[in-house]
Design a protein around this ligand. Structure first.
Ligand SMILES: *Cc1c(COP(=O)(O)O)cnc(C)c1O
Length: 399
């Protein structure tokens, strides 16, 4: 590392709050599936800013769309309409099959909105204010209080006192554990269709179907958090679409803006008519013209390039290569995930493997301490997969 980069890192460590153990790299720019640090070192990126950069970096068409919007207006507030938001909302409705959209600035905020909508729905139903929400163990929904309340990781919640909402945790793919928690106060069940941070566990079709039927029977709202598994990553625009089991409320973010900070929660007309009304929810930046210009461009490119089709073409290749590693190395106990959202499960912490890969020019991310997660740009090619394996495998073999 150059002394210049070391100085920048030292400065950052003095100024920034220590909430991350960052890799000792200052990134400078990106191009396609590659990132470059300030020393000019090149990295193949299989992390994509945590499942964000669907088209890779420095995509001209995307950059131009944002630049054009910057020269018009980047913020207006929600006291007015703006054209990019109108366009983006309409396109998002179309690809999601949901009826109403609320734009947020992040995934966590999308979850907050989804929870508020569910609580209001319950409140309008029976006038009570003590409704309960069922969430899943190993889930991750974000770091704000509402999102944290439904996050199935005790370590994340414990230091922060009283959580909001009354939340109970069930096991993904164990319908009995969900049903056992239902009371007459249950207003919603929230889950990721494919869990991201929690370890790449996929909700089974049977589990989703039974939860859907339970919700229909008991007038409970089903919320799917598609912040990470949505936007084409699993080979469907939204992961639930694989089974056609539709939620009442859905969240999306991460790749929605492909780098522009934006998220959204969406709902069916039935929920919209029976939950949030004017004055119930708001945001200063959410749905601003710059973020929505990004969303509109991203969704337009998704359709034109058929990025979902590409994911379905390339994902089996990645899976077969990862399975090859599973078969070859006893320290790897399995592979989980769907599409371009994969995890290799190890019998030991993966920090050193990731560090070695990074030193050799490959960026990866973990999910928990024992899983290497693969959430590359959706545009990767077979050659990129080969290049990734060529760096990863020696790092595993060194263990
Ligand atoms: C990342 C993530 C969030 C939180 O999104 P932020 O933009 O970091 O607030 C919520 N849910 C899931 C499933 C996520 O992966």
């Amino acid at each position: 590392m150059s002394s210049e980069m070391q100085e920048m890192i030292d400065q950052a460590e003095k100024d920034l709050l220590h909430t991350y153990n960052r890799y000792q790299i200052v990134l400078d720019h990106g191009d396609g599936v590659y990132l470059y640090d300030t020393d000019g070192k090149k990295y193949l990126d299989f992390m994509a800013g945590i499942a964000v950069f669907a088209f890779g970096y420095n995509c001209k068409e995307y950059n131009d769309a944002l630049k054009d919007q910057i020269d018009k207006v980047i913020h207006t507030s929600n006291y007015f309409y703006n054209e990019p938001a109108i366009k983006a909302a309409h396109m998002l409705r179309k690809v999601s099959g949901m009826d109403r959209v609320f734009f947020t600035n992040s995934g966590a905020e999308a979850v907050e909105g989804a929870l508020k909508a569910a609580m209001k729905y319950g409140y309008l139903g029976d006038g009570r204010t003590d409704h309960e929400i069922i969430a899943m163990n190993h889930s991750f929904h974000g770091r704000t209080y509402g999102a944290l309340s439904v996050t199935g990781n005790e370590h994340y919640r414990e230091p922060f006192g009283q959580m909001c909402c009354n939340v109970k945790f069930a096991d993904l793919n164990c319908f009995d554990s969900v049903e056992a928690l239902v009371t007459d106060r249950t207003s919603a069940i929230i889950m990721e269709v494919v869990q991201g941070e929690g370890g790449l566990f996929c909700a089974s079709e049977e589990f989703l179907r039974k939860c859907r039927e339970l919700c229909d029977r008991k007038d409970i709202l089903l919320i799917f958090d598609e912040v990470q598994c949505g936007m084409g990553r699993t080979g469907h625009m939204y992961a639930w679409q694989k089974f056609g089991i539709k939620p009442d409320i859905m969240t999306t973010a991460k790749a929605l803006g492909c780098g522009a900070p934006v998220g959204a929660f969406l709902m069916t007309e039935k929920v919209a008519q029976n939950s949030l009304v004017a004055g119930d929810h708001g945001t200063t930046y959410g749905g601003n013209p710059l973020a929505c210009a990004a969303v509109a461009k991203v969704l337009e490119m998704f359709e034109r390039i058929d990025i979902v089709g590409h994911v379905n073409e390339i994902a089996p290749y990645l899976e077969s290569k990862l399975d090859g590693l599973v078969n070859k190395y006893v320290c790897i106990t399995g592979r989980r995930g769907r599409g371009l959202m994969q995890g290799l499960v190890f019998d030991r912490p993966v920090g050193q493997i990731i560090k070695t890969a990074m030193d050799n020019g490959l960026i990866l991310i973990n999910a928990g301490s024992d899983i290497i997660r693969f959430v590359p740009p959706l545009i990767i090619t077979k050659a990129d997969v080969d290049a990734m394996i060529a760096i990863l495998e020696p790092a595993i073999a060194m263990q």
